[in-house]
Each structure stands twice: as structure tokens, then as C-alpha cells.
Write a protein that binds this ligand. Structure first.
Ligand code: CP
Ligand code: NVA
Length: 308
């Protein structure tokens, strides 16, 4: 079979605790080197990466392209109009053609099945840059940021407030391998995928899915928020705006959590909708270090899948 033995990065819990923690340690090491101005580490010299985007992006595109370049490689951006995955050409054909040119493929897609097909039919590592189902690179960056700010990640209480979406699915799968307490507070009808919850719990994850955010945030180390209508759901924005009343992360909710709490958001944020301007701009908001860490976490993910 094509690509046998190839390491992909599709879901966090495809890896065990030790591997995930090693990737996070490596991320911190390479970050320190880059932050010191040292540009001598070029493990991707002579390597190329194809980056397929069927959705918009700022962080994912810029952090992957910059990170791969800083470590010596060349990344190629393929926007929604270039490949037209599934429209101009089938995913299984794209996977094999790109595998002939590139050492690694990063993809941001709608259907998760298309990502799985890239990995299945290609013969090079595939990295998940977000699908409708999950967003594992985001949660690797989030974990790195929590470790930097708290000094540790084990037993951290992360309370996600909002839609039970792709970001939540990656938190659930992170909780399946790293011992955190993950709480998702969402309106009824917007809970995360029950199979994912069940499978994470079966692996020992400590997870609560609740509908009362003000109760949930008590004692949280992190309150985490994301847009109420994800990419591909923007036509539901008005309806969601009504259904998510009470789920805005505001000053009152932050205060309810206690003085230890930090605010995180994967961004882009709709200020004044899922989070207030004041919460994003407050001293305990770490959204910009979090965004920067996308690059550092992903550098380590790329080093891992490329065995560099
Ligand atoms: N957080 C995140 O993935 O941002 P982009 O959509 O800008 O890539
Ligand atoms: N849940 C959001 C995350 C964006 C990074 C979306 O899928 O649009």
C-alpha cells in the first residue's frame, strides 16, 4: 500500500503521551533558537511542502510557510482556486501527484474524509491544517502556550465556551493523551460529536460537556473561545447569534473563574460577539503569544513527521 510507515499528523491521539510531549519540548527548543536570532538550523534544506487550502486562513498559511522557510525548506501555497480539490481533480489523484514533487503535504479542507484520502493515497506525510472535524495543530500551539504561561499542562482545567466544533474535537482528543480536565460549555444542540467524546473517555480523558458556562468556568485555568459560526457555517450566523446568548466570554465570566484564569482564542475572533474587546485586550489574555506559537508548534510537528 502507498505510504506505508509514513508518519502523518491528522489527529492528536494518533500519538501517545510521550510523543506529544516530546513534540512540545522540541517546539520550545527550536523556538528558543529562532527567538535568539540563530538561523543556522536548516533541517528542511532541499525539501518542499505543498500547502492545500480550500478555506481562508491567515495564521495557518503564514505560520506554516514561514516556519518551513526558516528551517531551510520551500513551501508552496495552493489556494482554493488552484487545485480545486474534488472539483477539477479527485483527491486520490492529487495525493499521488503531489507526493511525486513534495516531501510533505499540509492541507486545510472542508471534508475530513478528503484529508484521510490524501494520507491514504499519497506517499508522503500529511499534516492537518484544519478540517470541518478537527484542528490538531491549533491545540498543539495552545498546549505549548499553556506550558509557557503556567509552567505545566497536566491537570490544567480548560473551559471552552461556545460551539462544540472542530477546535473542541481536537481538545477532546488531546485530553485522551494528556491528563487535563477539559470542559465544553455549549448551548443545547451544539455539543461536540458524541463518538469523539466517548472514544476520548474510553482512553481515560477527563471531560465534561455542560450547558451552563457561568457554573463551568469556576476555578478554570483557561477560558477558551472560538467563533460561533465556523467557516462553512456563516449562513447560520444570525440563528447562532440567538442560540448562543449567555455564551459570550465577558468580564463577568472571567471574574467568575478567579484570578488564576487566562483567556485563549484560536482567532480569528469576532470581537463583541463570542468575546468582548475588553477580555481580548486584558493582561490575562494570551491570544497573541498563542497565535505566534502556531509556528513553533508546527515546526516541531513537521520535524516529527519528516523524521528530522
Ligand atoms: N487559528 C487559525 O487556524 O487561524 P487561520 O484560520 O487564520 O489559519
Ligand atoms: N472553528 C473555526 C476555527 C478557525 C481557526 C472555523 O473552523 O472556522
Amino acid at each position: 500500500q502507498a505510504g506505508q510507515g509514513v508518519k502523518h499528523f491528522l489527529h492528536i491521539d494518533d500519538y501517545d503521551n510521550k510523543t506529544i510531549m516530546n513534540i512540545l519540548e522540541r517546539a520550545a527548543e527550536v523556538k528558543a533558537k529562532l527567538k535568539s536570532g540563530d538561523r543556522s538550523f536548516k533541517p528542511f534544506a532541499g525539501k518542499t511542502m505543498a500547502m492545500i487550502f480550500t478555506k481562508p486562513s491567515m495564521r495557518t498559511r503564514v505560520s506554516f510557510e514561514t516556519g518551513f522557510h526558516l528551517l531551510g525548506g520551500h513551501a508552496i501555497y495552493l489556494g482554493p482556486d488552484d487545485i480545486q480539490l474534488g472539483k477539477r481533480e479527485e483527491t486520490r489523484d492529487i495525493a499521488r501527484v503531489l507526493s511525486g514533487y513534495n516531501d510533505v503535504i499540509m492541507a486545510r479542507l472542508f471534508a475530513h474524509k478528503d484529508l484521510i484520502d490524501l494520507a491514504k493515497f499519497g506517499s508522503v506525510p500529511v499534516i492537518n491544517g484544519l478540517t470541518d472535524y478537527n484542528h490538531p495543530c491549533q491545540i498543539m500551539a495552545d498546549a505549548l502556550t499553556i506550558i509557557e504561561h503556567k509552567g505545566y499542562i497536566d491537570n490544567i482545567k480548560v473551559v471552552y465556551v461556545g460551539d462544540g466544533n472542530n477546535v473542541v474535537h481536537s481538545w477532546l482528543r488531546f485530553a485522551a493523551v494528556v491528563p487535563i480536565h477539559f470542559v465544553c460549555a455549549c448551548p443545547r444542540g451544539f455539543e461536540p460529536d458524541p463518538t469523539t467524546v466517548e472514544q476520548a473517555r474510553a482512553k481515560g480523558a477527563k471531560i465534561d460537556i455542560v450547558n451552563d458556562p457561568m457554573e463551568a468556568v469556576k476555578g478554570a485555568d483557561v477560558i477558551y473561545s472560538d467563533v460561533w459560526a465556523s467557516m462553512g457555517q456563516k449562513e447560520e450566523a444570525a440563528l447562532r447569534m440567538q442560540r448562543f446568548q449567555g455564551f459570550q466570554v465577558n468580564e463577568k465570566m472571567m471574574e467568575q473563574a478567579g484570578p488564576q484564569v487566562l483567556f485563549m482564542h484560536c482567532l480569528p475572533a469576532e470581537r463583541g460577539v463570542e468575546v468582548t474587546d475588553g477580555v481580548i485586550e486584558a493582561p490575562n489574555s494570551i491570544v497573541f503569544p498563542q497565535a505566534e506559537n502556531r509556528m513553533h508548534a508546527q515546526n516541531a510537528v513537521m520535524l516529527h513527521v519528516l523524521g528530522a
